[in-house]
Write a protein of this length. Sequence first.
Length: 187
Amino acid sequence: MTIKAVISTTALVLVLGGVASGCSTGGQSPEGAGTSSPTTAEPSPTPTDDPVSPGPGPSSPAPPAPSTPSPSPTSAPAPSTSPGPAKPTVGSIDVMISNSTWDPAAGVVVRGFADTVDTEATCTLELSLSGVVRTVTSEALEGPTTMSCGELIVSSAEVSPGDWTAVLSYESTTAWGASAPVVVTVS
């Protein structure tokens, strides 16, 4: 317990003791209420975690804590940090492939998104291997902060075994971009 806590507790005991000694029951004074005997509350010595406090020895008590809380300064509410609606970007934007896999039943499956928000846009997946190029295009879907390209699939009938390079591109009337190439191994 800190010195401040001991002093606050002592002040509370003194205040409550003063209130109790001034009370009466049913118009009659409680036994001993007319007499007063001086009492002093001595804080019991307690260890402290304060590295600046002096070692053992006499110390003077701190003034009692105020009985009424002092008003604390108020501050204006913090401005909102929640993002508002995203605005379309004009120019080059980042495009990311979030997942790319080979599924023998379906084909090469690529998912990704563009770091912008537009009303209309298209996403194009381009797969290439040794001069052979396969392309799939889909409509981009608007999200709260990005444009989703959804799932683009090049069927297994259109690809041969090997390491295909996938690039996802995005295009709208105001923004465009392409992802870094990703290798998808078809077996």
